[in-house]
Design a protein around this ligand. Structure first.
Ligand code: FAD
Length: 451
């Protein structure tokens, strides 16, 4: 896997009019990274200022901090507090270039990627494309509900919720009002639990002030989980404590229940229950997303790419996968690593060191994941924490959750904005961003974003 290149630096763009993406000429090895999520950005940080040309592609011009999507959805934060422009991130990194384009195809035989803006040759290719919402083939659910995998999804949820609450104040039809004010969240993982807790607090603290005409019992929040516990990847203690916290907040938790159909007004479950609701938020699953061109025999469960111990996609010499899309299957990790930010960041950093070693003809070690623990919050001032053998819940866990998340957000300004909003909301329970800026159209194809 050696690539011999002279140490020439990059010069001005060689702008030939071709379908090639315009880049500065270089004799340095070119590392193309597709996706600037946690994994892709951690890799960029490792490769900055090194003797190579790094080209980061993303279909958005910003990095998204997905763990706080639910706070944008429930009006606690503005979107620009949790997204960060790539160009600002790579400012001053002379060997790193960003290109806003969606990569549509990989042609491994010619080491080329095809994007919606043109093509590009690579020496090394890294797939860090993450996942998209998995509706498990429930087409009706997909067309009528909202997922939470993109900042635009969060804004759609916010607008759907605020518009429906306003419409509920207009209608005299009680059945219609119930449907408009009932919320169903599907999936009892961290995203679903955190969303349910935040909505319950909205119902408890904001609804009575903003909509004095409603009884506070008007807004019902259902959390539906297919198995017999919430937060199944965490400890039993975390799971049972979360259930208690949510019940204390009047969330109706339905365990061992799954959604089988939804027509935009009525949610039907497998056991035959029906819930009247015009608000359905789907957090029940994800599946890997990547451009076409990778041999299907290397795609495993969850649409992830099977890698060797060095995160190289099986069957290829110079194509790697990191983050949610990668499934490093070994005896220790028969299902791959967990699809969480920590794993993505560690894989990005690891691959950065590996690429440097490969280019310098040094040996590389297999990837080892260090589980630093899990945290999930349930409304304000309550969270659950599993940190190795320390498992605890309550205020201290929430404080830790807040610090960890605040430190992880990209950019000083964003940290400041999120921190400021949290301090204000800590003392006032206020969520100040309850603005309907654009019209959300239920069941419109433009609501479901392909991410
Ligand atoms: C609502 C929610 C809450 C979460 N909460 C937590 C939490 O509390 N703790 C935790 O550890 N994890 C959490 N996660 C999971 C965590 O966000 C993911 O594990 C992490 O984002 C994975 O990082 P990644 O870099 O692999 O992919 P991503 O962060 O998803 O990044 C993928 C990037 O690739 C880009 N992309 C995709 N396809 C293309 C293409 N064809 N061309 C160009 N660009 C492309 C996308 O635009 C995106 O920028 C949460 C996830 C969600 C959705």
């Amino acid at each position: 896997m050696n690539v011999n290149h002279s140490n020439t630096t990059m010069t001005e763009p060689a702008c030939k009019i071709t379908d090639e993406i315009c880049l500065p000429d270089t004799n340095l090895p070119r590392v193309v990274i597709i996706g600037g999520g946690f994994a892709g950005l951690a890799l960029v940080e490792k490769l900055k200022h090194k003797e190579m040309q790094v080209v980061l592609f993303d279909k958005n011009n910003f990095h998204q901090f997905q763990p706080l999507f639910y706070q944008v959805a429930t009006s606690a934060l503005e979107p620009d507090s949790i997204v960060f422009p790539f160009r600002k991130q790579i400012n001053g990194y002379k060997n790193v270039l960003f290109r806003l384009a969606e990569v549509e195809e990989i042609q491994p035989s010619t080491n080329t990627i095809i994007t919606n803006k043109g093509s590009l040759h690579f020496d090394y290719l890294v797939l860090a494309t993450g996942t998209t919402t998995n509706f498990f083939g429930l087409d009706n659910v997909e067309s009528h509900s909202l997922g939470m995998k993109d900042i635009r999804d969060s804004l759609n949820i916010r607008h759907m919720m605020l518009q429906n609450l306003e419409q509920a104040a207009i209608t005299c039809d009680e059945k219609e009002r119930d449907a408009l004010t009932n919320f169903v969240i599907v999936g009892g993982g961290p995203a679903g639990v955190e969303m349910a807790g935040a909505l319950a607090e909205f119902c408890k603290y904001i609804l009575p002030k903003d909509y004095p005409e409603y009884p506070s019992s008007i807004m019902n929040i259902y959390l539906i989980e297919a198995i017999d516990e919430l937060l199944s990847t965490m400890s039993e203690k975390a799971s049972s404590q979360t259930l208690k916290y949510l019940k204390d907040l009047d969330v109706k938790v339905l365990l061992n229940e799954s959604v089988s159909d939804y027509d935009g007004s009525v949610v039907t479950t497998k056991s035959g229950k029906t819930i009247l609701a015009k608000n359905l938020i789907w957090t029940a699953g994800v599946k890997g997303q990547f451009p076409k061109g990778i041999d299907e025999k290397h795609v495993v469960k969850g649409n992830r790419l099977k890698t060797d111990l060095f995160l190289k996609v099986e069957g290829y010499e110079n194509i790697f996968a990191i983050g949610d899309i990668a499934a490093l299957i070994s005896e220790d990790t028969p299902k791959g690593h967990p699809q969480v930010a920590q794993a993505a960041i560690q894989q990005g950093k690891y691959l950065g060191n590996s690429i440097l070693n490969i280019l310098n003809n040094k040996p590389i070690k297999p990837f080892e994941y260090k589980d630093k623990g899990s945290l999930a919050t349930v409304g304000k001032r309550k969270a659950v924490a599993d940190l190795g053998k320390f498992k605890f819940a309550g205020y201290f866990a929430w404080l830790l959750w807040s610090i960890v998340h605040l430190m992880s957000i990209s950019g000083f300004r964003n940290k400041l904005m999120v921190g400021f909003n949290w301090v204000v909301s800590y003392f006032t329970y206020e969520k100040s961003n309850r603005l309907i800026i654009r019209n959300f159209k239920p069941n419109s194809s433009t609501n479901n974003i392909k991410n």
